[in-house]
Design a protein around this ligand. Structure first.
Ligand code: KMH
Ligand code: ZN
Length: 284
């Protein structure tokens, strides 16, 4: 059996620091979390950032600083191009200017609780072509079955992704998207192209059923406080690293131990990480 790619999504755009004190929102908190999660078994970090007032932001200068700071770790740095439901398409496209290793690329619009997460075809296609042009490895975020069709349309029309691997993340349990259960994981995986690899993440109480379904089905794992704030009934998550440690333990029990960061880079086809150095100056 193969090893398990573990991605940590430590922050997200939906939770407020005031409600969730353990949420990493400053650069120092994010880097400390990333280090702890790497030690616990994560190989990829899916990054959303916050401004000085802890609000979600896609500020390019801050994103560049974040990518540079995360080079202290060997984690694959995957920036979110989803942002928050309020972010304009132009800002979401500009995320690639921060030169991450990888980025998320959501393959369709979805109801997102009381909001709508907008990802029309034209935006997804432009984002995909930009990832190809820049050699940034996309992770296809799939929130619903129709998103598989859009991913296939991108691949048919524009060819393979940077890195060469079609790697998807099934986001299960968003109110408006896939349900977060075994039956739905199996249905979604059954629709993926034969060459695709996949991870899955369960939102909230879907976290554990989806994690075990993914391990049983040969998938990879994403965990983190973007998706889950409760470790067990009545027990808030104390830090992202405990979610990663639990995922790593489950992966070891399944005889599919966590991938190292070097293995993850090879698996995803990510370029070698640049040596840590000073933050690049913002483009004029
Ligand atoms: N925050 C959600 C609206 C992504 O990072 O690409 C979108 C999201 C997906 O989290
Ligand atoms: Zn995200």
């Amino acid at each position: 059996m193969s090893s398990t790619l573990i991605t940590v999504a430590p922050t997200g755009a939906e939770s407020a620091k005031a409600d969730v004190p353990a949420l990493p929102v400053t650069l120092a908190e994010l880097v400390a979390t990333a280090r702890a999660c790497e030690a616990a078994g994560a190989a990829v970090v899916h990054v959303h950032i916050r401004d000085a007032a802890t609000r979600p932001t896609l500020d390019l200068g801050l994103l560049r600083e974040t990518v540079a700071a995360l080079r202290e770790t060997d984690l694959v740095v995957q920036l979110s191009t989803g942002g928050s439901v309020h972010d304009p398409y132009e800002d979401r496209l500009k995320v690639l200017d921060a030169a991450p290793d990888a980025c998320s690329l959501t393959c369709g619009t979805v109801n997102f609780g009381d909001d709508v997460f907008m990802n029309p075809w034209g935006f997804a296609a432009e984002l995909y072509r930009e990832t190809q042009a820049r050699g940034i490895v996309p992770e296809f975020e799939l929130f619903d079955l129709g998103h598989v069709a859009t991913m296939n349309r991108l691949l048919d029309r524009y060819g393979p992704p940077a890195g060469g691997r079609v790697h998807c993340d099934l986001v299960m349990g968003v109110p408006g998207g896939f349900a977060g259960d075994l039956r739905t994981v199996a249905a979604a995986v059954g629709q993926l192209p034969a060459e695709a690899t996949w991870s899955a993440t369960g939102i909230g109480r879907a976290s554990l059923p989806v994690m075990f379904a993914a391990l049983a089905g040969g998938g990879h794992l994403r965990v983190g406080m973007e998706d889950t704030l409760t470790y067990a009934k009545g027990r808030p998550v104390r830090g992202n690293e405990e979610l990663v440690a639990r995922a790593a333990e489950a992966a070891r029990l399944a005889q599919r131990p966590p991938m190292t960061t070097a293995e993850a880079r090879a698996f995803l086809g990510v370029r070698p990480a640049p040596a840590p150095g000073p933050t690049a100056p913002p483009a004029a």
